[in-house]
Ligand binder design. Structure first.
Ligand SMILES: NC(=O)c1ccc[n+]([C@@H]2O[C@H](COP(=O)([O-])OP(=O)(O)OC[C@H]3O[C@@H](n4cnc5c(N)ncnc54)[C@H](O)[C@@H]3O)[C@@H](O)[C@H]2O)c1
Ligand SMILES: [Zn+2]
Ligand SMILES: [Zn+2]
Length: 384
């Protein structure tokens, strides 16, 4: 089959690989109809995630048709068309029972923190992902969700990660009616966090980035105010000025380890790897939020440590919330929002690329060329 293949930092290609087979009675094999490239894949592509092995196939956002099921699978049948959450979850461990599907204890042999994730290095279990014609889906009775009649494949593929993650970012912000919410990052996750903040009663939503075309898009799509941080000297002062000098009620980090905007953070976090990524946006969140406010982090950081202004967080009495999104928990509500027209996720798709051209697709998304926001990869034989 054709599959994306990691060769090392900034080098990926489409190549022929063996088709996956059932390895456990609760596995299913899914023929991929669409997959996406995510901002999280860029951390892998840039060589920043430990134990990303050459030969791995990335891709944790995919939908497809079930072509084979293991002998113990009860809820799926050949021919079902499913969306598959990016978290691989067993459904029965201590954490899954508490709906912390992103922290499953059985799907990742190194599960001190994160559970298994499709196509996300051996740090997240070493599973091959969905940027391929076929993918093996473990715990097939738990994750895959049949795509209901009337939900498009484009909307469905964005429900595997982007929409639930943006939604959970807003949810963890514990937004109260009328709150001022500042979202850092105008990528797909920040865009969905901004949209979701309104659903939770925000009174004002401000999105910060430095990529002008993304700010233009989010201003229209999420009806929010925008700030280009390249035009701002001191971020905390700027946000305070915008909020009667109190600060925001809620700050959301939808950027993570590769944040731009601070040369020392970039040097120590990205170039020299003295900390687990640039903590620029964590600093901005803690310093821009008002006393007693909430910081919600969905941006991804590495497993070691970051230098943070924790004293400020203590003295301001902040609530800090963070996690990988637990996709499965959000699906029923979010499918309803999409079906009712309150969310239209597929509007963020800017690029539709044949899987064979995956190398170009990564380059364009990584370098923010061609006004790229979200890229969908189409395997051979799947309809556009
Ligand atoms: N927690 C989860 O479950 C989860 C799921 C999906 C993605 N993520 C993470 O969310 C983050 C965003 O993902 P994405 O797909 O939107 O990525 P993306 O790369 O498309 O977008 C990130 C955006 O942040 C902007 N940015 C860079 N530095 C900034 C700064 N200092 N302030 C404000 N904006 C800045 C970039 O210009 C870019 O537009 C990534 O770290 C990704 O790994 C987390
Ligand atoms: Zn993703
Ligand atoms: Zn579990």
């Amino acid at each position: 089959m054709l599959a994306m293949d990691y060769r090392g930092p900034y080098r990926v290609r489409a190549t022929q690989k063996a088709e996956p087979a059932i390895e456990h009675p609760n596995d299913a094999i899914v023929r991929v109809l669409r997959s996406c490239i995510c901002g999280s894949d860029l951390h892998l592509y840039h060589g920043l995630v430990p134990d990303t092995r050459v030969g791995m196939t990335f891709g944790h956002e995919f939908v497809g048709e079930v072509v084979e099921v293991g002998s113990s699978v009860e809820s799926l049948h050949k021919g079902d068309v499913v969306l598959v959450p990016f978290n691989i979850a067993c459904g029965s461990c201590f954490f899954c029972r508490r709906e912390l599907f992103g922290n499953c204890h059985n799907s990742n042999p190194q599960a001190t923190a994160v559970g298994g994730i499709f196509g996300y290095s051996h740090t997240a279990g070493g599973y091959d992902g969905g940027q391929a014609e076929y993918v093996r889906v473990p715990f097939a009775d738990v994750g895959p969700h049949k795509i209901p009649e009337g939900l498009s494949l484009d909307d469905a593929v964005l429900l595997t990660d982007v929409v639930p993650t943006g939604y959970q970012a807003a949810e963890m912000g514990e937004i109260q009616e009328g709150d001022v919410v500042v979202v850092f990052g105008a990528g797909p996750i920040g865009i969905m966090a901004a949209r979701s903040a309104w659903l939770m009663g925000a009174g004002r939503v401000i999105v910060v980035d430095h990529v002008e075309y993304r700010l233009e898009f989010v201003r229209r799509y999420a009806q929010c105010e925008v700030v280009n941080f390249k035009e701002v000297d001191d971020m905390a002062e700027h946000i305070k000025k915008m909020t009667d000098w109190l600060g925001a009620d809620v700050c959301i980090d939808a950027v993570g380890a590769e944040a731009a905007g601070n040369a020392i953070q970039h040097l120590t976090g990205v170039k020299l790897k003295m900390q687990a990524g640039a903590a620029t946006v964590l600093h901005w969140c803690i310093n821009c939020v008002r006393k007693g406010g909430t910081v919600s982090v969905v941006g991804v950081y590495g497993p070691t440590f970051n230098a943070l202004p924790i004293g400020n967080a203590v003295n301001k009495g902040l609530t800090l919330r963070m996690n990988q999104a637990s996709v499965k928990r959000h699906l029923p509500r979010l499918i309803e929002h999409v079906q009712a027209g309150r969310l239209d996720p597929s509007a963020i798709i800017t690029h539709r690329v044949p899987l064979a051209e995956v190398a170009d697709a990564y380059h364009i998304f990584s370098s923010k060329l061609d006004r790229c926001i979200k890229t969908v990869l189409i395997p051979p034989g799947a309809a556009h």
